[in-house]
Write a protein that binds this ligand. Structure first.
Ligand code: ARG
Length: 456
């Protein structure tokens, strides 16, 4: 590749540290597509002959077919996917292959390949997240009216509906999808033609290669074009945030599947047993989704740290951009699929959820709200009075609705002889009709809106 300048080849360890082919072989389709677009452009602008271009196109199609059939050969002496492909092309078609790299550098070549790969990855992740949302919406619809405890501080707070809880994750996935879409829209500019860093003296047409590869246009600055990895970082930050959301759901499933909660049972297909404890049924998939989130965040961190100290333009450190992106993609795609499967197939123990929702004086806020309305009491005072009611009920081991008239009068003379409102969990949930609230009517609306969004 650079034999003209060197007396001897690299040593074995130099070769090994330098080679990226073991991982960048994943870019083979993008690399061939980029080369075909580049060669067409060179011929259209009289930089190579039409005959050479025809040989290059045919040869690259043949290499494509070979890789498809047998995989990409990993030859460390050839360093990377660009050289492996060009070398194979040279073997197949001879001299025209050596003209392909005119007005191009591996620096703009790899930046182009990688952008194309990440562009496709954003689309794959988006499709996965859409399927995840569909699963959430389907289960939410089944449980629009199923009551469960809502928690703050992991203490029973107020009753909510399971449909409402599931739809909270729909919203997170919606934001995640918009982050990937945003990443995709910003990354869709072509580095090709920036050459090594300064551009080229050949009369190339960067708009043509950009269009051929489905980019919106060429990048504006050749130095930036070869040294920018924002697109990979944006992909990784979106991946990390998505993984964070999946991990929170995984954590809830792990808690809910444990005996003290008993809110869900994961089906056999989504559980594992223990080699010693025959009774065990473990939520390993959820635990691994939670675990993978840590690794995905590590990938994001890794590339941030790689990039932060690099002067313009290209440095070989940037070759290390690919493993974290590939790893994060693989882990995230698998995590989304696993979560989708678990959501679709989990059994909700709704009687148990309902039972827990009715503990811990979960409708105390409803009592305070009623005091505000019935006596025009300031909310702070209503909160205080309700606190005293809870304290009295707790001491007597009774529920809020069972408090005696004498106890009420003792707490506040205003309450003497009053008839308490409906403090049931059903009444509580049905009353939360504010926009975005947990009342079944609102959840039903949220589901209808979600279905419309998912069709669009
Ligand atoms: N394999 C290299 C990478 O992934 C390609 C670019 C090599 N450029 C260079 N100047 N050595 O970054």
């Amino acid at each position: 590749m650079w034999g003209g300048r060197f007396g001897e080849g690299p040593g074995a360890i130099m070769r090994e540290i330098n080679a990226s082919i073991p991982f960048d072989k994943r870019l083979w389709q993008e690399d061939i597509a980029g080369s075909k677009a580049h060669a067409d452009m060179l011929a259209a602008n009289g930089i190579i002959s039409n005959a050479d271009n025809a040989a290059i196109q045919k040869g690259l199609d043949a290499v494509h077919a070979e890789y498809q059939a047998n995989g990409v050969p990993v030859d460390l002496t050839l360093e990377d996917i660009h050289m492996v492909t060009e070398t194979r092309l040279r073997t197949l078609i001879g001299e025209p292959a050596a003209r392909l790299h005119t007005a191009r550098s591996r620096n703009d070549q790899v930046a182009t390949d990688f952008r194309l790969w990440v562009r496709n990855a954003t689309q794959e992740i988006d499709a996965g997240l859409r399927a995840f949302q569909l699963a959430l919406v389907a289960r939410a619809e089944e449980h629009v009216g199923s009551i469960m405890p809502g928690f703050t501080h992991l203490q029973v707070a107020q009753p909510v509906t399971l449909g409402h809880h599931l739809m909270a994750y729909y919203e997170m996935a919606k934001r995640d999808r918009s982050r990937f879409a945003d990443c995709r829209s910003r990354l869709n500019l072509s580095p090709l033609g920036a050459a090594a860093l300064a551009g080229t003296s050949f009369p190339i047409d960067r708009a043509a290669t950009a269009a051929a590869l489905g980019f919106d246009g060429p990048m504006g600055n050749s130095l930036d074009a070869v040294s920018d990895r924002d697109f990979a970082l944006e992909f990784l930050t979106a991946a990390a945030q998505t993984a964070l959301h999946l991990s929170r759901l995984a954590e809830e499933m792990i808690l809910w599947a444990s005996q003290p909660f008993g809110f869900i049972a994961l089906p056999d297909a989504w559980s594992t047993g223990s080699s010693i404890m025959p009774q065990k049924r473990n939520p390993d998939a959820a635990e691994l989704v939670r675990g993978h989130a840590g690794r995905i965040m590590g990938c994001m961190n890794s590339l941030m740290i790689t990039m932060k100290g690099l002067p313009l333009a290209y440095s070989k450190d940037m070759q290390d951009d690919k493993p974290p992106v590939f790893e994060a993609y693989d882990l995230l795609a698998l995590s989304i699929a696993a979560m989708t499967g678990m959501v679709a197939n989990v059994t909700f123990n709704t009687p148990r959820m309902r039972e827990v929702a009715d503990t811990g004086f979960s409708t105390a806020t409803d009592l305070a709200d009623w005091l505000v309305r019935a006596f025009a009491m300031p909310f702070r005072e209503a909160h205080h009075v309700t606190g005293s009611v809870v304290k009295a009920c707790e001491a007597r081991g009774i529920g809020l609705s069972d408090i005696s008239a004498d106890d009420l009068a003792a707490i506040n003379p205003m309450l003497a002889g009053c008839i308490l409102p409906d403090l049931s969990i059903d009444g509580s949930v049905a009353s939360r009709t504010s926009a975005g609230g947990t009342a079944p009517v609102r959840v039903q609306e949220a589901i209808a809106a979600a279905k419309k969004e998912l069709e669009a």
